[in-house]
Design a binder for this molecule. Sequence first.
Ligand code: SF4
Ligand code: SF4
Length: 238
Amino acid sequence: MKITPDECIACEACVPYCPVGAISMKDDIAVIDQDECVDCAVCLKSGSCPVDCIVFEPAPWPRSLRTVFSDPRTEHKATGIAGRGTEEMKTNDITGRFQRGWVGLGCEFGRPGIGTRFSDVDKVAQVLAKHGVAFESKNPVTALMEDVKTGKIREDVLGEKVLSAIIECLYPIEKFQEIITALKEVAKEVDTVFSVEVINRAEPDGSYPLRKLLDEMSMPYYINGKQCAGLGRPLADV
Ligand code: SF4
Ligand code: SF4
């Protein structure tokens, strides 16, 4: 995103709209820090500029990733899904990704309002890979991996900053505590925030095996029960 300098009237109306604080006033005009800007287009879409001097021109690769991961109107070509490019866990009743005995895990980077570079996503993905997870194939972060066995993200995108990105993977429930412990460790090396979400199917008696494991680790958790009403698609056979 750019601001045409000789048209800006320094009204500062656009500044508060930037979710990552990339717009500042310098020498009586607004400027966008191109390294911090995630090309989300919020400043442009806000319609806040009275002289229409905020302009967007599609960027070449790898910067083009910023818009794809940060502007929810943009479709991820790797998955054909807009927004964050994945069906996510909450549609499990339809996708049937997660069966009994398995844990689905998501790491959501950069929210709210901080953003993330792929270098941080890479650190966490490589740790998860060392613990033998299977990365979700219909996920735009997985599509950026050089090798899903190592979790290594391709070198040319590591410096790119986006509003948010989600790693999704699957592993046997026996590995749950080991993997959560590894995530706590790698979190110390990551220069952004990330939240961890886990899913497992309830047992026929209504119990959730993950609750016991989380209690054993004295980890606080927040049950987020979501039920998919179908979205016009049949329920998965699980
Ligand atoms: S495109 Fe998004 S990140 Fe860039 S300056 Fe505008 S609001 Fe900020
Ligand atoms: S809203 Fe437009 S005119 Fe006002 S500071 Fe931002 S870019 Fe400049």
